[in-house]
Design a protein around this ligand. Structure first.
Ligand code: S3P
Length: 430
């Protein structure tokens, strides 16, 4: 365990430009699709965070050659059938996306593999994936009847299924799509609430097909994918920390360059606009994964209610939105977000407890939280709970406190944003 990180408020605005690291969801998928495609895949702006490195390590153990250079990652895919039975346990580290999506791939492979992760992964529910994957015909077992790691999979001989997703989860949807690509016949997945659609977009980039009619996604089995070039946009979930920092720290103006603006991920922009933040977006390209620049300036904010279909489009941004709400006048209510309880930590408990220690007026509910603002925050000792997004939220909070914040578990930021603290510093020295 590293020592507590001391965070001192520089008492100045944040100013300048920033290129946030590559999108985590798209980075994972580019390794996975590159590994099962035929031919070379070259990935630009890949996120070198711990989670995505776990994905690379798992696919290397499955026999895929992956070269990591300074500015790109090259995956030498040889098709689905060239994945080989791993002699070692596949370690997914802290990554829920690796765990759930790789299961969709392994479900169709005729060999045995075992998945294990860290103490956070060991608590995250996996039945939501293992149960529908077993309906395809694969054999999976694990702790608590296949709900928790360690999990073991013996795949092969899948039959397409019709399945209605009981939770709004892109990880579950993607696992089923990956199994469907290898199954016999058609797989139909009913998605009642739209979640991030990077998997669907990437199938098309790799030369495959997928259809969506209303709420129903249709995937044809037996598809052969072709390696390609992937450009990973900046991660809007990482940009969110600086969007909020610029909004709440007086005298700030921050331009975030080349951020992914996928329509299923930009709930944070809608929320910030509704709260009164000055935010401008210049879109550069709409093809495939849209990309653009985001300019945010400090603003006067008002509380709002956030819930319903908006939640999946900002689920990872809720910790930092909670901090934003502490600086808005009036009440902010976040509801319909019970999924927060099964993220890297129980993010309702974590954010309520840790922001509360800094003086926030915040309390948890069954499906979210209620925040009263505007509040002056004070220094104190806080903990990331080993969760990257909780750690980064608390670090942004320290830019407003009247005395130092001591953050335990600050190293968690490496999961998705290895140079996060350098970037905060950079915006204060412009
Ligand atoms: C992700 C989906 C979301 C999100 C996670 C990444 C993905 O999880 O919270 O950080 O890449 O598909 P759920 O599918 O559990 O909602």
């Amino acid at each position: 365990m590293e020592a507590k990180k001391r965070l001192s408020n520089p008492n100045s605005g944040l100013n300048g430009e920033l290129q946030v690291p590559g999108d985590k969801s798209i980075s994972h998928r580019s390794i996975m699709f590159g590994s099962v495609a035929e031919g070379k895949t070259v990935i630009h702006n890949f996120l070198m965070g711990e989670d995505c490195l776990s994905t690379i390590s798992c696919f290397r153990k499955l026999g895929v050659e992956i070269d990591v250079t300074e500015d790109k990652v090259i995956v030498y895919g040889k098709g689905w059938d060239q994945l080989t039975e791993p002699a070692e346990i596949l370690d997914v580290g802290n990554s829920g996306t690796t765990t759930r999506l790789i299961m969709g791939i392994l479900a169709g492979r005729p060999f045995h593999s075992v998945l294990i992760g860290d103490s956070s992964i060991a608590k995250r529910p996996m039945k939501r994936v293992t149960e529908p994957l077993m309906q395809f015909g694969t054999k999976i077992d694990g702790r608590s009847e296949g709900n928790f790691t360690p999990l073991s999979i013996r795949g092969g001989n899948l039959q397409g299924i019709h399945y209605s997703l009981p939770v709004a989860s892109a990880q579950v949807k993607s696992a089923l799509i990956l199994a469907g690509l290898q199954a016999e016949g058609m797989t139909e997945i009913v998605e009642l609430q739209q979640t991030r659609n990077h998997t669907e977009k990437m199938i098309v980039e790799f030369g495959g097909t997928i259809e969506k009619h209303g709420d129903i996604i249709k995937v044809k089995g037996g598809q052969v994918l072709k390696g390609t070039d992937v450009y990973v946009p900046g991660d809007i979930s990482s940009a969110a920390f600086f969007m909020v920092a610029a909004a709440i720290v007086p005298d700030s103006r921050v331009l975030l360059k080349n951020v992914g603006l996928n329509e299923t991920r930009i709930g944070i922009v809608e929320v910030m606009k509704k709260m009164g933040v000055s935010i401008e977006i210049v879109e550069h390209s709409k093809e495939g994964e849209p990309i653009g620049d985001i300019l945010v300036q400090s603003s006067n904010l008002s509380g709002i209610e956030i819930g319903g279909d908006l939640i999946p489009s900002l689920i990872d941004e809720i910790p930092i939105i909670a901090l934003l709400a502490t600086q808005a006048s009036g009440k902010t209510i976040i509801k319909d977000a019970e999924e927060l309880k099964v993220k890297e930590t129980n993010r309702i408990d974590a954010i309520v407890k840790e922001l509360g220690k800094l003086g926030a007026r915040i309390h948890g509910t069954d499906d979210g939280m209620i925040i009263e603002g505007k509040t002056s925050l004070h220094g104190g000792e806080v903990h990331s709970w080993g969760d990257h997004r909780i750690g980064m939220t608390l670090a942004v909070a320290s830019l407003l406190t009247d005395s130092d914040v001591y953050l335990e578990g600050a190293e968690a930021v490496k999961v998705s944003y290895p140079n996060f603290f350098e970037h905060i510093h950079q915006l204060h020295t412009k």
